[in-house]
Design a protein around this ligand. Structure first.
Ligand code: SF4
Ligand code: SF4
Length: 464
């Protein structure tokens, strides 16, 4: 049975995408304008890089041998064939700052290199935001093990200080800074969605329980646009009879601190989630299908996550562990399927086997793409790039790699477990009149539950 064959409770994901794309278009007008002088912005950017450069960053900046192996590993270079998109080029400005300000030979570099200007940071914006999804694929082939994605993240941090964050991310950063959430979502929107799910689908969501073994996060996209995501999550949690809750003071997976490069917002946005999980005495925190939300919490250097009294799991990991424990009773799924590993939870998170365990529990005819798991190609929309109008060509052209990879499997559908990947796939599917179904792992799982006769809406944007 396909997820698309079930009764519709909320709009299809194809409709969700259409509405969401309209909202994104308005973000540019909502972006803040710079408030500091050019000198302050430049100094702020340089100071940020000095502050964030530790031994690891210094080694990476020193050790590039310009061998060029990373170049063809990057989907943005592959997309346009322009050498400026080579991963090693994305470190150039950081290296210049490092050499002039921090390196042991800075006295020499100051004599022989040009001082860094604000215009250099302006010129670097397309490299730091539009053409690096921080996917980590280039690191897989780098003989020196240089983590370009991490260096790009530090550059994003500098861009915040330079007030050069692209307008879409800047607008959402400001919304999250002031409202605590994004896209107009709120605790009231969560309560409304919980009530709507109960009324339309007859599924109860234990909102704001005093204590629970499992605390689940949602996301703004699920609350304001895609009710199917939270509905599917609730159906699975109820199916496995776990003691769970969702908290109205810590539900938002999305973190525009991480995406923009704003370290203090990254922490500020994570704190209420951690506080809520501690308060309800959760043993497990399940992070919704929102790829960047996983590193935002799991790898947040300011949280000391290893010392927290609960375990963090991405949704696909949680589902996989339930499948491996035999707790998910699933009907077999029809058709050939392939799985897209989200960069942040796969290559940079290690969750490869768990989502495949869920598909196996559905007896799925899984065919892997030529490049999968650690070598999976990014879909092109990660790290906030899906939202950036200036990145449209890079994003659309790089998605063609994904189309080729999926087509080569002969699969009827591709399963994703990240809302950002899913939006980007849906965009690519519609723009290219692609005949594949794009399914969310959590919605697909809910649509195949046995002994659960509550109908659920389609999990995917059905092929048109
Ligand atoms: S593969 Fe590594 S060492 Fe070679 S150019 Fe790229 S970053 Fe530098
Ligand atoms: S991290 Fe990914 S997107 Fe960024 S330079 Fe490397 S391969 Fe390209």
């Amino acid at each position: 049975m396909s997820a698309t064959a079930t009764t519709q409770v909320f709009p299809t994901f194809a409709e969700v995408y259409q509405g969401f794309a309209g909202q994104i278009g308005m973000l540019r007008e909502m972006a803040p304008t710079p408030t500091k002088s050019d000198d302050q912005r430049l100094q702020g950017a340089v100071d940020t890089l000095i502050e964030e450069t530790n031994a690891g960053e210094a080694v990476w900046l020193e050790s590039c041998i310009h061998c060029g192996q990373c170049t063809s590993a990057c989907h943005y270079f592959q997309a346009l064939g322009d050498a400026k998109y080579a991963p090693m080029r994305k470190m150039d400005l950081y290296r210049r700052v490092y050499r002039r300000e921090i390196s042991p030979l800075r006295w020499l570099h100051r004599l022989v290199t040009k001082a860094v200007e604000l215009a250099d940071f302006e010129d670097a914006v397309p490299l730091i935001y539009d053409s690096c999804s921080e996917c980590g694929r280039c690191t897989m082939v780098c003989p020196m093990g240089i983590d370009t994605a991490s260096l790009v993240h530090h550059m994003r941090s500098a861009m915040v200080a330079a007030e050069l964050v692209p307008p879409e991310l800047a607008a959402l950063r400001m919304e999250q800074l002031h409202q605590g959430t994004v896209f107009g979502s709120s605790p009231e929107a969560l309560k409304n969605m919980v009530d709507t799910i109960r009324e339309r689908a007859g599924v109860d969501i234990p909102l704001d329980k005093e204590s629970a073994e499992v605390m689940v996060l949602s996301s703004a996209v699920d609350l304001v646009a895609n009710g199917n995501g939270l509905l599917a999550t609730a159906r699975i949690m109820n199916h496995i009879s776990v003691d769970w809750t969702i908290c109205s003071d810590g539900f938002e997976s999305a973190n525009f601190g991480l995406l923009s490069g704003d370290m203090s917002l990254w922490k500020k946005q994570s704190d209420p989630i951690v506080a809520a999980a501690k308060r309800v005495k959760a043993k497990t925190l399940v992070i919704a299908e929102c790829g960047h939300a996983y590193p935002a919490l799991r790898w947040n250097p300011m949280l000391r996550s290893g010392a927290l009294p609960f375990e963090m799991m991405y949704m696909s990991e949680f589902l996989g562990k339930q499948a491996q424990a035999g707790k998910l009773r699933l009907k077999p799924m029809e058709g050939k399927v392939t799985f897209h590993d989200p960069c942040k939870t796969g290559r940079r998170g290690g969750a490869f086997d768990e989502p495949r365990s869920v598909l196996k529990a559905m007896n799925a005819d899984l065919v892997e793409m030529p490049n999968h798991k650690e070598y999976n190609w990014c879909c092109g929309g990660g790290a906030g790039i899906f939202l950036l109008a200036d990145a449209t060509e890079l994003r659309d052209e790089s998605f063609k790699i994904k189309i080729r990879e999926v087509d080569e499997t002969g699969a009827d559908s591709v399963v994703v477990s990240c809302a950002s990947c899913r939006l980007n796939f849906e965009s690519g599917r519609q723009k290219n009149h692609w005949d594949k179904r794009v399914e969310s792992l959590v919605e697909l799982t809910a649509a195949h539950l046995i002994d659960d006769d509550v109908a659920v809406a389609p999990a995917a944007g059905a092929a048109s």
